[in-house]
Design a protein around this ligand. Structure first.
Ligand code: PGA
Length: 253
């Protein structure tokens, strides 16, 4: 695991955009896993800016991490809508996403597992205030696969800002923790002091279902891009800064 501490969210976005651009350069048709929420927005804005300036990322195939049950694709609260507007259209990508309105949700999860089985090269991740990964809340099995989950009250409260005037859906479909760990490279973004506790538990605490992000400790290739406030509870912060400032120039993230 490599932890890179950066001054602010703009720098996190810039370095993350470099990692995504490198994937597009390296592979003719790479698969990019997209996260939603507030944290990756500056990254998606940076990628859209680069696309407007001629950086062609359209060879990448995009996949989604999770979706609300019962929201159609054109609902502004749905994650498909979020991804279409902010990433897929600006970059000209193809998107495979979960259908939260499928008649048979279990079958939809199985279908999605088969889509992902073709391989995800780079999965972008955020972390919840409670340590969730995707919509895998505390208590989720560390080997779980794509399935229906019930959101915790704290996550529904945290996401209420995206649903003015209506309830945050209670049920979701999400890649499992085991599914996420199958991606070749995981890129976790964390910004803001509110994430410091969950991030420290994930990176430095025990591997436990109580902290779904701690499952990242089991993956062979994880890059964590974090701003100063989110890094404030990392006991190894100085070591991460030291390692990064002495990183061999030939070694990419
Ligand atoms: P946020 O969500 O980026 O909106 O904080 C992260 C998450 O819930 O995984």
């Amino acid at each position: 695991m490599e932890v890179v501490i950066l001054p602010d969210p703009a720098e996190v976005a810039r370095v993350a955009a470099d990692v995504v651009s490198a994937l597009a350069q390296r592979t003719a048709r790479g698969t990019l896993g997209l996260a939603t929420g507030a944290t990756p927005l500056p990254l998606y804005e940076e990628l859209a800016r680069r696309a407007r300036h001629g950086r062609d990322l359209s060879g990448l195939r995009a996949v989604a991490l999770d979706e609300y049950v019962g929201l159609p694709a054109d609902d502004p609260g749905s994650y498909r809508h979020y991804l279409e507007q902010r990433v897929v259209r600006p970059l000209g990508l193809q998107l495979d996403a979960l259908d939260g309105c499928a008649g048979d949700l279990a079958q939809e999860c199985d279908r999605y597992e088969q889509v992902l089985a073709r391989g995800v090269d780079l999965q972008i991740l955020g972390i919840g205030l409670d340590g969730h990964l995707g919509f895998n809340e505390p208590g989720s099995s560390l080997r779980s696969r794509t399935r229906v989950k019930t959101l915790s009250t704290s996550t529904r409260t945290a996401n209420a800002a995206w649903f003015t005037g209506r309830e945050v859906p209670l049920h979701v479909l999400t890649q499992g923790i085991g599914t996420i760990l199958d991606a070749r490279h995981l890129l976790l973004l964390a910004t803001g002091a509110a994430k410091a506790r969950a991030l420290a538990a994930a990176l430095e605490g025990p591997v436990t279902t109580m902290s779904p992000g701690s499952a990242l400790q089991l993956h062979p290739h994880v890059t964590v891009l974090v701003d100063e406030p989110a890094s404030s509870r990392l006991s190894l912060a100085d070591q991460h800064r030291h390692a990064h400032s002495h990183k061999p120039s030939w070694q990419a993230l």
